[in-house]
Design a protein around this ligand. Sequence first.
Ligand code: MN3
Length: 198
Amino acid sequence: MSFQLPELGFAYDALEPHIDAKTMEIHYTKHHQGYVDNLNKAIAGTDLENKSIEEVCKTGTDKPAVRNNGGGHFNHSLFWKILKPGGSKNPVGNVKAQIENYGGFDKFKEDFSTAAKTRFGSGWAWLCKKEDGSLAVCSTPNQDNPLMPVADCQATPLLGIDVWEHAYYLNYQNKRPDYVTNFFDLINWDVVEENYNK
Ligand code: MN3
């Protein structure tokens, strides 16, 4: 079984004006497809071929090609799912309760934004679920994620923002903070809740 590009679930222009159609098309059909193709090459003939992408991130990332492309596939698959045209405005259910425990929505938003804006170079910022069910905010470089043993934060990603320039440069150029601010208007909190309850 090889990994496949997942359905995007919305049209390339559905997130405009916050994320433009050209960026979405290139990001999905070129960048994400590239991670999928290179992951499949990297795991061909190994025991990782029969593992889930989560298991690949947890166990296979001592190999650079698996780390970069397995992370790329997991991260983008999550990213497309937590985006929704118009967003869903507010956290719900367990995530809503845990964000209160975290210190409230404003504190979460500030910490997440800071993590996204201050990640030097390419990477991701995350809202994660720790083993005890509480939430954490962190960031990782390149295509790493908190499932990987190499990550500074060890947890299950619920929500992530791609801060590679390929995710925003056509529309925002050097203005990553504006992209981060607008990202909050696109979050599908129902999916974040599903991710928490898995
Ligand atoms: Mn990307």
